[in-house]
Design a protein around this ligand. Structure first.
Ligand code: ATP
Ligand code: MG
Ligand code: MG
Length: 569
């Protein structure tokens, strides 16, 4: 069923289907495999795959692999993992390199039509000739080469006769155009570099605009959604599609048949939307690569990274990301969004779905001196306060417990509602205790609290209703399981790490406290979690069992997000 969402792109799709312009729609998500996908890509993925699904169409995953020097199969694997994790399946997995033969024939067609020429200007000369925004460019002296000479030179480029960057194939459009992209843009460049799919078959590689527009046309893409920086490229996109006219050029698409690939002609329409940007993050692949290569983070999947692999490990859920994308909406207005939108979506998703558990992060021993040595019992707790379908689990309660060190104060500050010597506190779901004594070691550190459990305040008893100021969480010291707990915080100390001033850049603003690892204790039902299971640790935050390091019985938890937005910012 078509979505109720009313953004301008869905509106266009709706109209194109209603008018019969397209009987069915097809989109594509076209990442370049030169890095890991990040939160920004989640928006493009949700849009490309989401719109296709909502309108009964389909979406291809296309690896835009036209720049082999920067690309790597490792990225290809991660990209597929990320798209599936977000909950989407592609109709077909394609590569721009699948179409290198088609693109080559299309280039020859342009040459024969007089729409492209081989240019011998150096890169610097090309820049010089291009002109500026206020001044028209000048025609290349090679612009009027004959079709025969162009064909001969282009074939020799393809045969590998010329050095890198010594020549280009350029579209012949308009050096006086107000749109710089139309000033005879390059369609092919010479680059003697091995490609992950085509090996050393090609010493020339197609440029982005040429490859992208024609790949869309080959795959039958009806709506080609991309970010706003490509708005000025749209006239070139249309020029390539129209001039090459694949639908009426059977010879050009013949190589597809040989590869067993379909040709699904469409006149694709490019539509631009604004990029997703958040403060407190950097999202350029170049900067993320530098963080990884310089060892400032533990890798692409470090839980502090804004990569999908990183935030997944941090405990972000696919549904939280989809919720965030829905809340942000689709527009043509670029903006820097506040990170609270991202974190808020995660909190809301986990609040609704994550089971509750008790965990103590900074443990202080409590001994209930009026219970027998070895006293043990098991208490039933609801897994979720607002969702009875999540059922219950048993929590062991015993004479010795762990509580948070900060839930006790020897000298309570004004308004302190938790435990003090001589004061009462409720142990969540277990009864009311009074602290009789803080036991200290030789240096004066508090090592344990001796407390008395009010026997009339046990769960279900009348005395359990007695009013006490505070309720704290706890974990059995005999049955609780020691856990490695990683407390993550923001990677940068400033809200705008991308802005450069006083010669400082994002690497100068790394937060030295972005990860603190502590040993805490968790109830057995948390220790038994599967990797990637998320919980709310009551009063403490949302945590996830680490995707790689957590083992049932040897738990490792990552803090995904605090319970409330506590950052002063
Ligand atoms: P980066 O600049 O971070 O390296 P990119 O645009 O070069 O990103 P691609 O691999 O080319 O990365 O992106 C694939 C698709 O994802 C493109 O359609 C691109 O427009 C879209 N995309 C990339 N970054 C964002 C973002 N921040 N918000 C929304 N869409 C994005
Ligand atoms: Mg790109
Ligand atoms: Mg890029």
């Amino acid at each position: 069923s078509a979505s109720e969402k009313k953004d301008f792109i869905r509106q266009i799709v709706r109209e194109d289907l209603a008018s019969g312009k397209h009987a069915a729609i097809r989109t594509r998500f076209p990442p370049e495999p030169n890095g890991y996908l990040h939160i920004g890509h989640a928006k493009a993925i949700c849009l490309d795959f989401g719109i296709a699904a909502e309108f009964g169409g389909d979406c291809n995953l296309r690896l835009d692999d036209t720049n082999p020097a920067k690309e790597d199969p490792e990225y290809v694997v991660a990209i597929q993992d990320d798209v599936r994790w977000l909950g989407f399946n592609w109709h077909a997995l394609r590569h721009a390199s699948d179409y290198f033969d088609v693109l080559y024939l299309a280039a020859e067609k342009l040459i024969r039509q007089g729409d492209a020429f081989v240019c011998d200007l150096t890169p610097e000369q090309v820049r010089e000739y291009r002109g500026t925004l206020t001044e028209p460019g000048r025609n290349s002296p090679y612009r009027d080469r004959s079709v025969e000479e162009n064909l001969d030179l282009f074939r020799r480029m393809r045969a590998g006769e010329f050095a890198d960057a010594s020549r280009t194939l350029r579209a012949k459009i308009d050096m006086a155009s107000g749109n710089m992209n139309l000033r005879d843009p390059a369609l092919y460049r010479i680059k003697h570099v091995e490609h992950q799919n085509t090996g050393n078959a090609w010493p020339i590689y197609p440029m982005y605009d040429f490859a992208h527009s024609l790949s869309d046309a080959v795959e039958g893409i009806t709506h080609s959604l991309c970010t706003l920086e490509f708005e000025d490229h749209r006239p070139l996109y249309d020029w390539c599609v129209d001039k090459v006219d694949l639908a009426n050029s059977p010879a050009l698409v013949a190589p597809l048949t040989a590869k067993g690939l379909p040709f699904e002609a469409a006149k694709p329409r490019q539509i631009e939307f604004s990029r997703l940007n958040f403060n407190w993050l950097v999202m350029s692949k170049r900067k993320l690569l530098q963080l990884v290569e310089s060892g400032r983070v533990d890798g692409w999947n470090d839980p502090r990274m804004p990569t999908l692999q990183g935030i997944r490990r941090r405990g972000y859920t696919p549904s939280a990301l989809r919720l965030m994308v829905d809340r942000v909406g689709i527009s043509k207005q670029n903006s820097l969004l506040d990170i609270s939108i991202l974190e808020g979506a995660l909190r809301d998703d986990l609040d609704a779905h994550a089971p509750r558990r008790m965990a103590v992060i900074d443990p202080l021993k409590v001994v209930l001196t009026n219970l027998d040595a070895g006293f043990e019992e098991s208490l039933a707790f609801a897994n979720h306060p607002k969702d009875a379908t999540q059922g219950e689990r048993q929590i062991p309660f015993s004479r010795e417990l762990w509580i948070e060190r900060e839930d006790f104060a020897e000298v309570p500050p004004p308004g302190f509602k938790r435990l003090t010597v001589g004061g009462d506190v409720r142990l969540r779901g277990a009864g009311i205790v009074r602290c009789d004594e803080a036991v200290k070691d030789a240096t004066g550190n508090i090592v344990a609290l001796h407390c008395t459990l009010d026997p009339d305040s046990r769960p279900g008893m009348e005395g359990a209703n007695r009013k006490v100021k505070g309720t704290i969480h706890w974990v059995s010291a005999t049955q609780g399981v020691a856990a490695e707990i990683r407390l993550y915080d923001r990677l940068f100390t400033v809200a705008d790490p991308d802005s450069e001033s006083d010669g400082k850049t994002y690497v100068d603003y790394l937060n030295p406290d972005s990860r603190k690892t502590v040993t805490g204790y968790v109830e057995p039902a948390a220790a038994d979690a599967a990797p990637e299971q998320s919980f709310q640790f009551e009063r403490t935050g949302y945590f996830v069992a680490d995707r790689y390091d957590h083992k049932p019985g040897a738990p490792v938890f990552n803090r995904s997000v605090t319970l409330r937005d506590t950052w002063a910012g």
